[in-house]
Design a protein around this ligand. Sequence first.
Ligand SMILES: Cc1cc2nc3c(=O)[nH]c(=O)nc-3n(C[C@H](O)[C@H](O)[C@H](O)COP(=O)(O)OP(=O)(O)OC[C@H]3O[C@@H](n4cnc5c(N)ncnc54)[C@H](O)[C@@H]3O)c2cc1C
Length: 380
Amino acid sequence: MKADCDVAVIGAGVAGSAMADAMARRGWETALIDKEVFPRHKACGEFLSPESAGILRRLDQLGTVEALNPPAITSVRLHSERGVSLEIPLPGTAWGISRHALDAKLQQSARMRGVRLLTGWTAAAVEKNGCGDYSIDLRGRDSGNLRLTARSVIAAWGRRPPNGFLTPVHRRGRSYVGLKSHFTGFDSSPAVDLYFFRGGYFGVSPVEGERLNAAALLDRAGLNRRETGGALREIWGSAAERIPALRERFDKAEAVPGTQAATYPVRIPTEPSPWNGLPCIGDAAAVIPPFCGDGMAMALRSVELCVPLADAYLRGTCSLEEWRSAYTRHYHRHFAGPLRWGGWMNRLLAYPTAAAWLLRIGSVAPETARRLVRATRLGD
Ligand SMILES: Cc1cc2nc3c(=O)[nH]c(=O)nc-3n(C[C@H](O)[C@H](O)[C@H](O)COP(=O)(O)OP(=O)(O)OC[C@H]3O[C@@H](n4cnc5c(N)ncnc54)[C@H](O)[C@@H]3O)c2cc1C
């Protein structure tokens, strides 16, 4: 019996939407599934790194993003709670762009290519059926269940796989809470600011619509110690008390109602898992330490690696095993370095003294600072 589609992509974030779009462009019948209904706000720093532009161009998505008029960002400013700051020019122009706008725009582009978009549907189980195709059980947010069959399935479900795909890697490591809100009334400059303090950091980045996005990543233990109840404003206030540079900016800020989002747990496994019974792209394959601001670029790069192999598999010119082996090899070659350095910096910057020293070293040896930042990134 013919499958309902050639490719089913589970997860319609940055990775899944770009993947679905690319497969539909190659002529494959594609379904894109997400449990959420879009547009929606998402806990994210919303900083689209300079590395993204080249990847978006190759995926033919540069125009999609530029159409949203995102503000340009040309430098990163790092601040420690010991009052040390360091500004590093970015290796190219980055953008600030809300996930509210970006994810919906990428989905719209995919839909225009003929992708069948199924939002409000949770993929509860995926299994191989007797014909070698996959059956996906979907649970509707508002209405019953649905079973979809596909010749191939791509996992783009982000950091948290459905239960059947949870491995020990997903349970390991420190757990963080991610939060975000948009603000108005801030001073705005073409820079992303990262404020590091014990147990977390705040990232502040301009986004479209003359707003600033403030995102925080806080270690769960630190959050409990502060007994804040988790409200972003309280957490922000408590961080601002200790970081002078943040306090000055916070004075004039007004939170935009309806733009708050939170996520828990954020775990940063040290080992990537690009194949978990299924090909995984984006955060499903590896969680990039958020302060690197490169998670979306890496998600898009994984799409670039996966598309030609998925295409070859569907054409019958490569087996599933060849796809697995080539994708896993390419993935490790591209991502091992940035993941190792990013994980190491993430741990170091959680300690105020280490963070202050790192920033001091960066101010007297800017080339060393630039190299360190480059080591956490993909390049384009
Ligand atoms: C606090 C924080 C700040 C960050 N800041 C930045 C930043 O400034 N810049 C940057 O580049 N990156 C940043 N990141 C990382 C970035 O958010 C991720 O790398 C990026 O979202 C990965 O995209 P993705 O498409 O793989 O996953 P996601 O965007 O998470 O998309 C996964 C989608 O899958 C859906 N889904 C999950 N399970 C199912 C299921 N069972 N059935 C159906 N749908 C499902 C979800 O609803 C979701 O829409 C940050 C992350 C955090 C936590």
